[in-house]
Design a protein around this ligand. Structure first.
Ligand SMILES: Nc1ncnc2c1ncn2[C@@H]1O[C@H](COP(=O)(O)OP(=O)(O)OP(=O)(O)O)[C@@H](O)[C@H]1O
Ligand SMILES: [Mg+2]
Length: 260
């Protein structure tokens, strides 16, 4: 056990060179360890896929990174030296960590474009944002984001008129408006059509050209399309990590997850 731990630690880059660094993180709920000695490192500009059975701790891990849940023990660092366990959710969001929850939370009665305008404005009030002339740079950013999330043709429609998948894309666009360095996405393709799922993989790959992305998904076709390093969690701990072909051929992964 100690030997395995040393081996694990030896393969890890120094914290200063990482964007996200979790080391020995533990979190119990009523005595049950939802996260158990979890260590995970994501490099700047890397996209990582997280897989694992229901209850493996994937969402709880995101809760810990974003300050929604405090770990009982362990280190959680952003950009090498920012100790995330010392900050609250709002502070962590403003540091450049964006999070996409499972359910889209767009403003249904506003247009697609106004949803992005509102996300871009952040602190500014709703009225001054929607009724004042937009700066040229804001307009350009909105155009770019609309292109990225495949919604240029829908910009003047109320968000309520979008399909479920398009609403997910709009919410990703709203997160991009805040220009996060790290984007956390929890089960983005649940409920999407096959075509939307395929497009989402492309979209996330484009987004990952300019920032780090951590994406949790059960859809293995989608994970394959991402074409990135995969981490399989089980009982709050890393069970296997590496290229998808290697992870999905791991007998332990097949036993607890893929073979179900
Ligand atoms: N706030 C909480 N209070 C009590 N138990 C919790 C809390 N949050 C998570 N848990 C428990 O922690 C474990 C891990 O849950 P988590 O939601 O992180 O799993 P997951 O990997 O995201 O699963 P899924 O694939 O179903 O989304 C589960 O047993 C869950 O019931
Ligand atoms: Mg979850």
């Amino acid at each position: 056990m100690a030997e395995a731990r040393e081996k694990e630690a030896a393969g890890r880059p120094p914290r200063g060179e990482t964007l996200l660094y979790l080391n020995g993180v533990t979190k119990s709920f009523d005595g049950f360890k939802a996260i158990n000695d979890l260590s995970l490192v994501v490099a700047r500009g890397e996209m990582r896929a997280i897989i694992g059975p229901n209850g493996a701790g994937k969402t709880t891990m995101m809760d810990i990174i974003t300050g929604k849940t405090r770990p009982d023990a362990g280190e959680v660092y952003f950009a090498g030296n920012t100790d995330l366990t010392r900050h609250d959710e709002a502070e962590i969001a403003s540091m450049g960590i964006g999070r996409k929850f499972q359910k889209p939370t767009v403003f249904e009665s506003h247009t697609v474009e106004d949803n992005l305008v509102l996300a871009l404005s952040g602190q500014r009030g709703i009225f001054s944002t929607l009724f004042h002339k937009r700066s040229e740079s804001d307009s350009k950013r909105i155009d770019t984001i609309l292109e990225t999330v495949r919604l240029t043709a829908k910009r003047h429609l109320p968000a309520a008129d979008l399909s479920h998948g398009q609403k997910q894309w709009l919410e990703i666009g709203m997160l991009l408006a805040q220009d996060p360095e790290l984007l956390l996405v929890d089960e983005p393709v649940a409920g999407m059509t096959d075509a939307e799922t395929e497009e989402t993989a492309k979209l996330l790959r484009e987004i990952a050209e300019t920032r780090s992305v951590v994406v949790v998904e059960h859809d293995m076709h989608f994970v394959r399309a991402l074409g990135v390093k995969v981490t399989c969690l089980h009982e709050g701990h890393v069970l296997a990590e590496g290229p998808l072909d290697q992870v999905s051929a791991d007998p332990r992964v097949i036993e607890v997850y893929l073979g179900r």
